[in-house]
Design a protein around this ligand. Structure first.
Ligand code: NAD
Ligand code: DAU
Length: 330
């Protein structure tokens, strides 16, 4: 099987590439990645049967021949960070919307199976304490430039399925954690701050809830959907991992032997979504998927160890990431 993985040098895509070549001996993987600040070729270095093409998913001259050579395209490529989208939305529009459009036109032309990676954030947020989770048919109510650009890309996929018969599926996953996540994101930022002796930063109250899932569980669900999902359908991926930001910070502080209140409250994120929670019943019933990494405390322990063991991977970016946050008072 020839698999084109866009954004395969990023966090979730790189983990997907690792698992694919480890578990599918017949898979040949081409990664198409622009290597933005978030892409790191080291994350997929030295893997057998993986070919990296540096290029833009919004550039049809690059995309078309790669899609022509693929049996399946899995689209992880995106601008993915809410805070960046608040500072400058333009790359989000270009990559997340125009990039998805370009891929759709290519898979349409070559009749190639397409899987689009999206986010639970397209549904907006839930109230803290509310007894409700996101379901696949819920209305789209994105809050940020990031999530609205992802929502737009999902709608393009649905339209290309209906109008042009493109064979596509969509998955909307909750917050991932694990190895190779960029240190701008909450968990790796907190871990690498503590490695550097910096107090963790909590936006606003810290009572916001995220539904954490290990990245390898996300990716096993993606393969189940590619293999067993119904064309045109949307599947929500989640592992019942709701925790508020204070709880997560305190778990990490404890791993470092620090006091539970050894953090700073900083400026809140404008428009900050309060709570995400996923109802993954449709995915579980239709594909039989279930998460393997259910022990969040162990997952956090192993993730901390990964960042301790891979300082060469993240160190070159740390000072610039923190300088950018400092400008926002965060
Ligand atoms: P990431 O920012 O770590 O990686 C994105 C990758 O895409 C990078 O390698 C980057 O270089 C590449 N890229 C960016 N623009 C590109 C372009 N124009 N052409 C080609 N490559 C480009 O992101 P991630 O956290 O791995 O997220 C991957 C996907 O999963 C995104 O679509 C995101 O919306 C979605 N998602 C993420 C999470 C999460 O918790 N991280 C949860 C649910 C869904
Ligand atoms: O729900 C899926 C989404 O999860 C994905 O679509 C996004 O690509 C991914 O980045 C993630 O979005 P969040 O905005 O939830 O993740 P982030 O890591 O930026 O922040 C998680 C929570 O932690 C959020 O409530 C903001 C807060 N936070 C973040 C940082 C970086 C802090 O309190 N302090 C921080 O230093």
């Amino acid at each position: 099987m020839r698999v084109l993985v866009t954004g395969g040098a990023g966090f979730i895509g790189a983990n997907f590439v690792h698992t694919t070549v480890e578990t599918m001996p017949d898979a040949e993987v081409t990664v198409l990645d622009k290597l933005t600040y978030a892409g790191n070729p080291k994350s997929i270095e030295g893997l057998d049967r993986v070919n990296l093409v540096v290029g833009d998913i919004a550039d049809m001259d690059t995309v078309d021949p790669l899609v022509a050579d693929a049996d399946v395209v899995v689209n992880f490529a995106a601008e993915s960070h809410n805070d960046n989208s608040l500072n400058d939305p333009s790359p989000f529009i270009r990559t997340n919307i125009e990039g998805t459009y370009t891929l759709l036109q290519a898979v349409r032309r070559h009749h190639t199976r397409f899987h689009h990676i999206s986010t639970d954030e397209v549904y907006g947020d839930l109230a803290i304490g509310e007894d409700r989770k996101f379901k696949p048919g819920d209305p789209y109510k994105p809050s940020s430039p990031y999530s609205s650009s992802k929502a737009a890309s999902d709608l393009l996929v649905r339209a290309w399925v209906r109008s042009f018969g493109v064979e596509a599926t969509i998955s909307n996953c909750s917050n991932n954690y694990g190895p190779y996540q960029h240190i701008e994101k909450f968990i790796p930022r907190t871990i690498t701050n503590l490695i550097d002796g910096i107090r963790p930063r909590i936006y606003g109250t810290g009572l916001q809830v995220r539904d954490w899932i290990h990245v390898l569980d996300h990716n096993s669900a993606v393969w189940e959907i590619i293999n067993k999902g119904r064309i045109g359908e949307t599947y929500l991926i989640g592992a019942n991992g709701e925790k508020n930001n204070l709880e997560v910070t305190r778990m990490i502080l404890a791993e470092f032997g620090r006091e539970p209140d050894d953090f700073d409250h900083v400026n809140d994120r404008p428009g900050h979504d309060q709570r995400y929670a996923i109802d993954a019943t449709k995915l579980e019933e239709e594909t039989g998927w279930e998460p393997q990494y259910r022990d969040f405390a162990k997952g956090i322990h192993d993730t901390i160890q990964w960042y301790k063991d891979h300082e060469d991977w993240w160190r070159p970016q740390k000072a610039a990431v923190e300088a950018k946050y400092a400008k926002n008072g965060q």
